[in-house]
Design a protein around this ligand. Structure first.
Ligand code: ACO
Length: 335
């Protein structure tokens, strides 16, 4: 059995900054409401003139990660791509990256786990490396939310939260014991699927059906979120996933050097910080600048924390996420 460790990190966010005040052109909202409830000050939304997509952002992040790993595109054996906002209904984003980066005909897998997408993807890649099947895997989380949000007062509880961006990691074989990914734990509870979902278009609700009904109140093609219900589950599941990861490795909360929580809401991250008695330096948050970038959020935050020198060789780093599905999980890393 081999271990896997992260050897390269990269991220890309669009240049276009949308502040809380900017949102007022489309909906009744306020900077005060958004900051107080979520911690978000601004987010990046793709400027349509740039023709940026989920895959083009992912490709930019991936190039940086591959270079920082000291590798070339030809060294990558497999792609795992997490997104809820692929460029096309099908195929997914993985094959787009294979093409855009002019990679050989390696396998490309898409993961559909929303905010937990990067945690799930990292776990999948880790298993492929542990079994010896692959040596270097490109793991990506990327989202173009702005293209699919309802820019009106009706959609404001969801729309103000989400931002666009991409992050990528190269996960490589590591032959040192006790280094790299120590564990991953994944969970789901599908009975809550509709509490945070985009129902149509889907095979259960296809475009002609939506058009035929011509119901102006039918917004099933926009995301729906039962915010308070999601919030209550998130704080519980985040904690459980972190405790589970620590226990599996015989570790305690005092052993944590850096926690990278999915950037869903600053209030959730602060709750977890207090619960695990972590200092401000031990939890990395950037939701203030980027909003919730779903599958990209953990990997963008991890990359930024690493770029700022907040993660050191030998540190215990915990990644944790919760989101639509519901799905949640954690990854414990000895850096
Ligand atoms: N601006 C101003 N007012 C607003 C806005 C807005 N953007 N959005 C909602 N409101 C109003 C509502 O209409 C409501 O008004 P009312 O009391 O007159 O009816 C009031 O503010 C309170 O609305 P709530 O939805 O109850 O607000 P809440 O305190 O729950 O905050 C939030 C909403 C921030 C979304 C919170 O519930 C949350 O963060 N939930 C968890 C999100 C999460 O973790 N998601 C998981 C990941 S996402 C994924 O997987 C894709």
């Amino acid at each position: 059995m081999y271990n896997s460790k992260i050897t390269g990190l990269g991220y890309f966010v669009p240049d276009n900054i949308v502040t809380n005040d900017d949102l007022k052109q489309w909906m009744e909202t306020s900077d005060e409401w958004i900051q107080e409830r979520t911690g978000i000050k601004e987010r990046r939304w793709i400027d349509p003139a740039t023709k940026e997509t989920t895959s083009t952002m992912a490709a930019k992040a991936a190039k940086i990660a591959i270079k920082r790993a000291g590798l070339t595109k030809d060294d990558i054996d497999f792609i795992v791509f997490a997104t809820l906002s692929p460029d096309m209904y099908f195929p997914g984003g993985g094959v787009r990256i294979q093409d855009m980066l002019e990679m050989p005909t390696i396998g490309a897998l898409d993961v559909r786990n929303q905010c937990s997408g990067f945690i799930y993807s990292l776990s999948v890649a880790d298993q492929f490396i542990k079994t010896g099947m692959y040596k270097n895997i490109l793991v990506i989380g990327s989202e173009n939310h702005s293209g699919g949000l309802e820019r009106s007062t009706r959609g404001r509880n969801v729309t103000v939260i989400f931002g666009d961006g991409a992050g990528a990691a190269v996960l490589s074989r590591c032959e040192q014991d006790g280094k790299g990914i120590l564990s991953s734990h994944l969970h789901s509870e599908g009975k809550h699927a509709k509490e945070l979902a985009l129902e149509g278009p889907s095979t259960g609700r296809w475009v002609p059906e939506i058009l035929a009904e011509n119901d102006p109140d039918d917004v099933s093609y926009y995301p729906y979120m039962n915010g308070q219900f999601v919030f209550k589950h998130a704080v519980v599941r985040f904690s459980e996933a972190i405790v589970e990861g620590l226990k599996a490795n015989g570790l305690e909360k005092k052993d944590i050097n850096m926690l990278i929580p999915h950037q869903a809401n600053l209030r959730i991250a602060q709750f977890i910080q207090r619960k695990f008695e972590l200092s401000d330096d031990q939890v990395y948050n950037n939701i203030m600048k980027y909003g919730n970038t779903t599958a990209a959020s953990v990997i963008i935050a991890l990359t930024e924390a690493w770029e700022k020198g907040k993660i050191h060789e030998g540190d215990l780093v915990i990644l944790a996420a919760f989101g639509s599905g519901f799905t949640w999980g954690s990854v414990v890393i000895r850096w």
